[in-house]
Design a binder for this molecule. Structure first.
Ligand code: F6P
Length: 335
């Protein structure tokens, strides 16, 4: 009989509970013992864990957040942290650790690996969709739906006042949430790091596009979806700049943490369930240090060490922009 452990780490994402449930049920199916570390790597370092059985994961699939709690763990960035983590895993006789998180969480896993005889398997869980090796991360689909719902509501008031809105969405340093929600909401502009070569000229192009649009049709609203951290200025500073330079009413709205919460949509529940089952099957096959993801509809494995390669992600993002005819200033080509 194997003994396995699960932890959820980094920014929580809707669907993490579905992943915990799938891993637990599949592991129990093989008669393995399952424990869950509380609050990410902190629980591992402090030996703070709970036994997981079918009762513990009953009816959690529909809830956001994570029953195991999550955290960012600064100790894992020190040389001692990963060594201690490996020691605890060995002491508790853990054969395999399942890490549900983003690239930071997988960096932690890679740091433990040289000191640990057991296995670590990753499942991509973050709203940001910034993990290399999977088309979609657990939580991304729900975050997009939440952002769309909020932006649609902002559009109503923007229409009523014929205003410009800068809506900031999350994504850390990655523009996927911005691009997908901009496409789905019919935003006039999207701004993310990946499409900015030079910020000053980018902003100048943006301002001319807005001026032109306003002169062509002053009775319309105008929505700009801004990825957080894309610019050196804040969403509020950008909206003030637009208001002053275009001589028009402009407001900023920061969507923030609502994007991380809520009941996971079907896509996230199903993805998390598929990845959870696949992860346990990989542990059974004794596959080492991989993340399980989904590409072009098929389950794939990627070495954990390659999950933070940004080039592949950027290529996908630019392809996505091109598919929908955003030009470089981010404006959607209407023709
Ligand atoms: O990684 C998920 C995420 O929500 C990012 O989109 C955001 O930049 C970050 O986490 C916020 O982190 P914290 O919860 O530490 O404020």
């Amino acid at each position: 009989m194997k003994k396995v452990a699960i932890l959820t780490s980094g920014g929580d994402a809707p669907g993490m509970n579905a992943a915990i449930r799938a891993i637990t049920l599949q592991a129990l199916h093989f008669n393995w013992q399952v424990i869950g570390f509380n609050a990410g790597y902190n629980g591992l370092l402090n030996k703070d864990y709970q036994l997981l059985d079918s009762y513990s994961v009953n009816d959690i699939i529909r809830y956001g957040g994570t029953i195991l709690k999550s955290a960012r763990c600064s100790a894992m960035k020190t040389p001692e942290g990963p060594i201690l983590a490996a020691k605890v895993l060995a002491e508790l006789n853990i054969d395999c650790l399942f890490v549900v998180g983003g690239d930071g969480s997988f960096r932690g896993a890679c740091a433990i690996a040289p000191h640990y005889k057991g296995n670590i398997i990753g499942l991509p869980g973050t709203i940001d969709n910034d993990v290399n090796g999977t088309d979609q991360t657990i939580g991304f689909a729900t975050a997009i739906d939440t952002a769309i719902d909020a932006i649609d509501k902002i559009r109503d008031t923007a229409n009523a006042f014929e205003r410009i809105f800068v809506v900031e969405v999350m994504g850390r340093d990655c523009g996927f949430i911005a691009i997908e929600s901009a496409i789905a909401c019919g935003a006039e502009q999207v701004i993310c790091k990946e499409i900015i070569d030079n910020e000053t000229s980018f902003i100048n192009r943006l301002l001319s596009a807005i001026k032109q649009s306003v002169s062509e049709n002053s009775r319309q609203s105008y929505v700009i979806v801004l990825a957080e951290h894309a610019l050196s200025m804040s969403a509020h500073a950008l909206s003030e700049l637009i208001a002053t330079r275009c001589n028009i009413d402009c407001r900023a709205a920061i969507l923030g943490y609502i994007q991380r919460g809520g009941s996971p949509v079907a896509e996230d529940r199903i993805l998390a369930t598929q990845l959870g089952i696949a992860a346990v099957n990989l542990a059974l096959e004794n596959q080492k240090m991989v993340m399980v993801g989904k590409r072009n509809g098929k389950l794939v494995t990627v070495p954990l060490a390659e999950t933070n390669l940004k080039n592949e992600q950027n290529k996908q993002l630019i392809q996505r922009l091109n598919q929908f005819n955003f030009n470089l200033s981010g404006r959607i080509n209407q023709h």
